[in-house]
Design a protein around this ligand. Structure first.
Ligand code: IMP
Ligand code: MG
Length: 178
């Protein structure tokens, strides 16, 4: 993989396409949780841009909390080792919890997170991911709400990074391998 400071992402999903899809997902989630209050759990850092747009379009009341896990370090390959760096502030017991992630790749990160959150006895626990790379999956986990299925490329933007760069891009791009 190339040096992040020298990479130029190529556009994969436009800003307009992302915004339209996020509105659709917010509508679907709002219908599914009608009459309930959501506890939205963002996985930092990748989910924050998607989460910010998503929650502002919900029509159900929501409480937002965040957790930080580390699995990748500066590398682009999964280590399989997931560590909780910052835990949630809100108790989950009896709540309708929606975990928001940027990318579901091998699934190792989210599987670990979900298994841990289940022990806290939420009323329900679902997953929303902006992007899904189904062909890369190594553990049995599926998202309930998926923004876009993407090819097996290294993607950046709209929250997703390459060596901490490109999170602020309003579109989703990919980094070409050398
Ligand atoms: P998993 O454990 O392999 O599913 O990895 C999930 C995490 O790895 C995601 O939340 C992302 O933060 C990161 N990740 C996976 N693929 C990419 C990518 O293409 N670009 C940027 N980050 C990625
Ligand atoms: Mg992430």
């Amino acid at each position: 993989m190339i040096d992040p400071s020298k990479a130029t992402p190529k556009e994969l999903i436009s800003e307009a396409a992302i915004q339209a899809r996020v509105s659709e997902l917010a509508g679907q989630i709002s219908r599914d949780y009608a009459g309930r209050e959501l506890l939205v759990v963002g996985i930092l850092k990748g989910s924050w841009v998607f989460l910010a747009d998503l929650v502002r379009r919900l029509t159900v009341p929501a409480v937002i909390d965040f957790m930080t896990v580390s699995s990748y370090g500066a590398s682009t390959k999964t280590s399989g080792v997931v560590k909780i760096v910052l835990d949630l502030k809100c108790p989950l017991e009896g709540r309708d919890v929606l975990v928001v992630e940027d990318i579901l790749d091998t699934g190792l990160t989210l599987k670990y997170i979900i298994d841990g959150l289940k022990l806290r006895k939420p009323r329900s626990l679902k997953i929303a991911t902006l992007m899904d790379k189904p062909e890369r999956r190594r553990v049995d986990i599926k998202a309930d709400y998926i923004g876009f299925a993407v090819p097996d490329k290294f993607v950046v933007g709209y929250g997703a990074d390459f060596g901490e760069r490109f999170r602020h891009l309003p579109y989703i791009g990919y980094i070409e391998e050398e």
